[in-house]
Design a binder for this molecule. Structure first.
Ligand SMILES: C[S@@+](CC[C@H](N)C(=O)[O-])C[C@H]1O[C@@H](n2cnc3c(N)ncnc32)[C@H](O)[C@@H]1O
Length: 320
């Protein structure tokens, strides 16, 4: 059995090499099974030996924290874990700097977005249209809203706009209409029911899987407010980095990647004020440099070994 039964880290070598530049505090905001964190700790130990570092792992899923704590046990002295949303990364860094990380620079933050293989493969979590389970999709099992609440509670026009916006699904209106008609009979409570209804509403059965995955993506984004928390985490995380510290983000769909790309580009651009006004100095200097000008993609060999890496895009920026 491989070491990554829970979740195989994506772009492992690329992420660690681009993120780690020196000893200090590294935040893994999406700890998952601890795959990336273990590689980061190995690299820190190998490259900087005795110099003190601290790996801080955040995840909103308590099962992930248990899994990762086991995997990282040999580095017990160098790790600290927080259960919560990575959008609170600013507060987490503040707490760490008051305690175990006192005096250390904040050198890196990693966000490997989305769900883990373990979460997808657990039918009870309701993330997969391939397995029947409750229509849940909460990454934080204590979160306030489930996918069933959205599917059964939203007005038809709001469902349609959700499917178009977050799923980029051209059949959003048609699917929303079908779901509302069905739920007027009985509520839609399982992933199996939802998958059957979406497939039935698709005129081209050969394209139904694409539509299903877009509808599931849209629901997951809504249930977990994925785009909102990403924007907050980018801003808070970047503010918390020490000069020279880096932020690495791996995204899996274009909506996330666009947010990351725009944020890094704006941090890396000086503000020269309104066009037509010649200034000698910018109103505000750039706050970052782009370490990756284009996203880093998985190699053919990695995609073969780990199909989940197919859609991964890694972007890295360094704080000035
Ligand atoms: C793709 S997995 C990370 C896998 C990890 N890099 C590894 O190598 O095992 C994403 C993890 O991030 C967590 N997660 C996603 N969004 C989160 C958020 N906003 N706050 C905290 N954790 C989040 C999920 O619960 C999941 O465990």
């Amino acid at each position: 059995m491989d070491n990554y039964g829970y979740h195989a880290p994506v772009l492992p070598e690329e992420t660690v090499s681009l993120l780690i530049t020196g000893p200090g505090i590294y935040i893994d905001g999406t700890l998952g099974g601890g795959g990336h964190s273990l590689l980061m700790l190995d690299r820190l130990a190998l490259s900087f030996g005795e110099a003190r570092s601290l790996l801080v792992g955040i995840d909103q899923d308590s099962q992930a924290l248990v899994e990762a704590a086991g995997k990282l046990d040999r580095y017990r002295e160098l790790t600290a874990f927080f259960r919560g949303n990575f959008s609170t990364v600013g507060a987490v860094v503040h707490e760490v700097l008051e305690g175990a990380g006192k005096g250390l620079p904040v050198m890196g933050i990693l966000l490997d977005l989305g769900v883990s293989s373990f979460q997808i493969d657990t039918p009870g979590r309701g993330f997969s249209y391939l397995r029947n389970g409750p229509l849940d999709m909460r990454m934080d099992p204590d979160g306030p809203v489930t996918a069933a609440d959205v599917v059964n509670g939203y007005e038809e026009r709001d469902l349609a706009s959700l499917f178009r916006r977050y799923g980029e699904e051209p059949l959003g209106g048609r699917i929303a209409r079908a779901l509302v008609a069905a739920r007027n009979g009985e509520p839609i409570t399982t992933t199996g029911q939802l998958a059957a209804l979406v497939k039935e509403a698709c005129p081209r059965k050969d394209l139904a899987i694409k539509t299903l995955s877009r509808i599931y993506q849209a629901l997951r984004i809504e249930v977990n407010d994925e785009l909102g928390v990403l924007q907050t985490a980018l801003e808070e995380g970047f503010a918390a980095l020490s000069p020279g510290g880096r932020m690495a983000v791996i995204s899996y769909h274009s909506l996330e990647d666009r947010i990351v790309k725009r944020f890094f580009a704006s941090e890396a651009t000086a503000d020269w004020g309104p066009k037509g006004v010649a200034l000698r100095e910018p109103l505000a200097p750039a706050r970052a440099t782009l370490v990756t000008r284009k996203p880093v993609l998985a190699s053919a060999e990695e995609i073969e070994r780990n199909p989940r890496s197919r859609s991964a895009r890694l972007r890295v920026a360094q704080k000035l």
